[in-house]
Each structure stands twice: as C-alpha cells, then as structure tokens.
Design a protein around this ligand. Structure first.
Ligand code: SAM
Length: 200
C-alpha cells in the first residue's frame, strides 16, 4: 500500500489566520512543503519566503532545452535562492522541479547580453561554474554575498559569451574518468558552497 505524504484534514476548530487555506484545512495538505507551511496558501508561503531569501542568484543557459533546469529550480527553492535566471529559450521542462517553481522566482532573459545587463543593474557579481582551463577551485574560493552562479548546458557547457561575461569561473574538483558531472548536481554543490560560506 502506498503511504500518503503530508497531513489529513485539520482536526478540531479551524484557525482563522489569513495564511490558512480553507480547502487544505478541509481536505488535508499532501504537498511537498516543510511542516511549518502545512495548510498555508501558496501566496502566503511565497510571501514568507520572500522575507528571508538569500541574496545570491543562479542562472542556467537554455539554448537546447536543458533537462537540468527543473532540478536546479528545486534546489534553489530548498536553499531559498533569490531568483533563478534562464538564459536563452523560455520554455523548460518543469517535471524535475516537482512543483517548486510555484514557490521560486524564475526570470527569463533572451540573451546573455540582456542577462548581464540585468545583473549589472542589480549589483551582482557574475560567476561562472564550469571546469574550463582558467577555472579556479570552488573549494578554496570566497564567494561574494551578492552574486549569481551561472551554469552551462549538458554537452557544450558555458557558452563563450557567458564565459566572457563572468568575472571568474569556478570548478568543482573531480577524481574519476568522466569529463564532468551533471549540471544539476554541479548546481547543488555550488549553491551549497555559498550556503556554507554565508548562511550557516
Ligand atoms: C555536463 S557539463 C559540460 C561541460 C564541461 N565543461 C565538459 O568539459 O564536459 C554541463 C555543466 O555542468 C556544470 N559542471 C559539470 N561538471 C562541473 C565541474 N566539475 N565543475 C564545475 N561545473 C561543472 C557546468 O556548469 C557545466 O557547464
């Protein structure tokens, strides 16, 4: 038998605060949310997250519909990243996001130039994450507080234009035979590096 996740209908007298959703109180809350947000409306959860999102951003190039974007959005939500930026094609496969895209701000930019202009206006340092010739190890780098970590696509990696726009490119140490790890896995490691340096 498959065990249901979440909680069933609210037991006892209903709370009357605005952040509670009457339908969830009545039917139960089976969403993949932390216990603190059980029975809360989507809007109330987003508003609460907005009060305590971290100041770093992440971006991924999407010229060929990269399948990692969903997992990057999910990880960004888990780490309360300010925003996820998608550079290139607007459409992306939401399956891997497991609905977290509803709680995460995702912004689209048509070109690298538009994206870097936006970062400049926002005062963010643009850092590439890739294992290219001039990369420095992320393990010993100090990440700025206000920054955006930019990931490349499966296959080509960071485009030349994106690399040129990055103040620095950081690599994740590898020890096996594969040239690279999956972009979603690399994004999780890089985001957690920022968290270890600034949020814990
Ligand atoms: C599958 S990799 C492809 C490019 C890679 N430069 C290569 O030579 O195969 C796709 C993306 O994942 C991330 N990535 C994968 N392995 C990485 C590593 N060891 N260090 C930093 N980023 C990595 C980067 O953002 C990269 O652009």
């Amino acid at each position: 038998m498959t065990e249901l996740v979440g909680v069933g209908p609210w037991q006892g007298e209903w709370p009357d605060e605005d952040h509670y959703d009457p339908e969830l109180l009545r039917d139960g809350d089976r969403r993949n949310v932390t216990d603190q947000y059980r029975y809360w409306t989507l809007e109330a959860i987003v508003a609460d997250l907005d009060l305590r999102r971290h100041p770093f951003h992440v971006a991924i190039e999407n010229w060929q519909h990269d399948f990692n974007i969903g997992s990057i959005v999910r990880t960004a939500n888990a780490f309360a990243v300010a925003e996820v930026h998608i550079i290139g094609k607007k459409r992306w496969n939401r399956r891997g996001a497991m609905v977290t895209d509803r709680y995460q701000h995702v912004r689209h930019h048509e070109t690298v130039e538009v994206f870097t202009g936006w970062c400049r206006d926002a005062g963010l340092t643009v850092l590439g994450i890739d294992n290219v010739d001039d990369s420095v190890p992320i393990e010993t780098a100090s990440l700025p507080t206000d920054c955006v970590l930019v990931f490349g696509q499966e296959g080509p990696g960071l485009s030349d234009e994106a690399r040129a726009a990055c103040e620095q490119t950081l690599s994740i140490a590898q020890f096996g035979s594969t040239r690279s790890i999956n972009a979603g896995a690399a994004a999780a490691i890089a985001m957690h590096t920022w968290i270890r340096q600034h949020a814990l």
